[in-house]
Design a protein around this ligand. Structure first.
Ligand SMILES: C[S@@+](CC[C@H](N)C(=O)[O-])C[C@H]1O[C@@H](n2cnc3c(N)ncnc32)[C@H](O)[C@@H]1O
Length: 296
């Protein structure tokens, strides 16, 4: 594709933006997504968008041809394709994380996991695990706030791991995060018993709830990232059961869960018998969203 296909006049883009706004309003898509998309794919800044000064520019360079942008925007409106999959990035904490349909789009509430990990860390160095790393967001967040730790990030999906590795490389964490393909702790058996902490945002949606989710989620995000089995707790149950043999004494166990799962997760941790100081934390919306425990 030649460069010239990526150059449009400011007026052309302004007209596209106006039409995209109108179509968004007509189809109940937040119109603010149009400008967010243009920040990412047209290199415009907020001021140029607000003042519409780009309308008079002779050229604007896009990252994809306008026809393709329009085609993808129609998919946003008609197929409910998430806008982050069009922009191929999402903001998360202080990072721009690349995403594709192979990975869950990292959510704002998951940002709190990193602050909880930092606050809970009795040993901020040593080995930390991010199990079910997806885009690599949690591993990158951990590497950022725990500068002395080595992060081991696991996912079952090879396609997700390719995105995660690219994110780690682009954000300067190549030497700090090691990636492994496999199921949960399985690829980390060689350092069993030595982990200072484990952080996970596992799939936790009950299978029967999946069809009731927004079409953006259920029709576009990977089901391997969402489906937590009959009661949503299959993966969490496994992580409660297996983690004590991987954590050192005092090691942190920290997960994200769904609204309404806190009591069940607390009970699972208590019944397992190897954990102490079990705590539930709310997210910024007040929903009990995170469970922390320590290996006794
Ligand atoms: C809810 S997503 C979380 C992704 C990312 N950590 C985040 O917070 O945005 C769950 C992730 O777990 C991965 N996963 C599902 N089953 C797995 C398994 N058995 N072993 C390892 N990873 C698994 C999925 O591929 C997906 O990337």
């Amino acid at each position: 594709m030649g460069e010239k296909h990526l150059i449009v006049s400011g007026l052309q883009l302004w007209e596209w933006r106006n039409a995209a706004f109108q179509a968004a309003i007509a189809t109940d898509v937040p119109p603010g997504e149009v400008d967010w998309l243009l920040l990412e794919v047209a290199g415009l800044d907020r001021l140029a968008l607000r003042l519409e000064s780009f309308k008079n520019w002779s050229q604007v360079q896009l990252q994809l041809p306008l026809e393709e942008l329009d085609h993808l925007w129609q998919r946003r409106l008609n197929d409910r394709l998430p806008v982050q999959y069009i922009a191929k990035v999402t903001p998360w904490r202080n990072f721009k994380i690349a995403v594709s349909s192979a990975v869950l789009i990292p959510r704002p509430e998951t940002e709190c996991l990193i602050d909880l990990a930092k606050a809970s860390a009795s040993n901020a160095s040593g080995h930390w695990a991010d199990l079910g790393t997806g885009s690599g967001a949690i591993a990158i967040g951990l590497a950022d706030v725990l500068p002395k730790a080595t992060i081991h990030a696991v996912d079952y999906s090879l396609a997700a791991l390719a995105i995660a590795q690219a994110n780690a490389d682009n954000l300067g964490f190549t030497d700090r995060i090691k990636f492994y393909q496999g199921s949960w702790w399985e690829p980390l058996a060689f350092i069993k018993g030595q982990f200072s902490g484990m952080v996970s945002n596992p799939p936790y949606i009950p299978t029967s709830t999946l069809p009731t989710l927004q079409p953006e989620v259920v029709n576009h995000e990977p089901h391997l990232a969402l489906d937590g089995g009959a009661d949503g707790l299959d993966c969490i149950r496994h992580l409660v059961e297996i983690s004590p043999s991987y954590l050192r004494s005092g090691g942190v166990w920290l997960i994200e869960m769904m609204a309404g799962q806190a009591d069940a997760v607390r009970e699972l941790l208590q019944n397992q018998g190897s954990y102490c100081k079990i705590q539930i934390h709310a997210d910024l919306a007040g929903i009990e969203r995170f469970a922390v425990a320590y290996k006794s």
